[in-house]
Design a protein around this ligand. Sequence first.
Ligand code: FCB
Length: 404
Amino acid sequence: MTTWLSSLPNFLWGASTSSHQIEGFTDNDWTRWEKSGHVADHTRSGRATDHFRNPDPDLQLFHQMGWNAYRLSLEWSRIEPEPGHFSATAMAQYRHILLTLRALGITPVVTLHHFTLPTWFADRGGFFCPAADTHFLTYVAYVVEKFRDLASLWITINEPMVYAVMGYGQGVWPPGQTSLIKTRRLARRLVALHRESYRRIKELAPHAMVGLAHHLAIFEPYTQSWTDKTLARFVDTSFNWRFVEEIDAYQDFFGLNYYTRQWLKTSHGLQPVTTKPGVPVTDMGWEIYPDGLYHLLMRASRYQKPILITENGIATEDDTQRQRFLLEHLDRVAAAQRDGAEIRGYLHWSALDNFEWAEGYRPRFGLIAVDYESLRRTPRDSALLYRAVIRANQNRSGPINVPR
Ligand code: FCB
């Protein structure tokens, strides 16, 4: 079992975001994808929540909400707008954000790649470009060297399998390809890239804890037929666990993103059916299934690494639904802890309402509401409820205590 750094809080409580979804005014492959009309209602991310220009009020708000941790991602396209040219202005702003977080007693969890690519890198073929590893590792080494004094929890890649499937399998994210073979090849490339990044980060920051945010879903057979069952097992292995197995020797903690359960039906092939009639769903149409989190935490704990829940959340206009979601999922976290899983943190998705990729701005994932006209922030009741849970658990060791 990897040991948890004594300099870190015993349990991390907070929320997550990613650069492209909140920062505003980015110039990357997604910006281009939006311009070419690929997002619902032809939406563009535009100024988003304008967080990058004016981060301080948000960071103060995170502190007021009682968080001791915050997961953010660095925008590679800002930091390295041209190959080998690094932006001092972007780095200064990220340094300011990290310094402010630390001054507020908030532990940063820093993601290096969260779906977006600099256009110069995308134009060379993205992670398929022959020099992809050199380019990515140059960026990684650059930022880790600059920020190793401020961050000790690093996530190399967010949800590699989702990234591969959406961009190269289903073609709904850039670069819009639909090839199973490429999806598989990309996943293999990302395994290699993660391993290399892990090594490089550990060389530069030996005490850092380095991991990856795995998106895990529950996959179940739609019927009890032999074929549906086999298909569900196959998708579970290839989407959830193969990647984990291949990088397990290269992760100091297990980063877990959990949202939903999906069903496999032979007539639909590899494309899961997202719900069954009658199940409760979110505004994304995703089933709400808290027990799934328990099962995945127990399964992930077989890898004998401290587990960090790096995302878990709900798109809904109805905040009472979010409150229920939060408590039900935290209750399952506590159950997994009682059954032996070493869970070191819960980071809700998301801190703020934000740009939800191909769905645009309609889904509301934030604990803090954002009025996109005035840019005003308003903590939702769910954020206040979350704060009460955090306060009740401050300085506790052992399983978290969740009100019913
Ligand atoms: C995850 C992504 C995150 C966000 C949530 C809803 O798959 O990592 O950026 O879009 O889903």
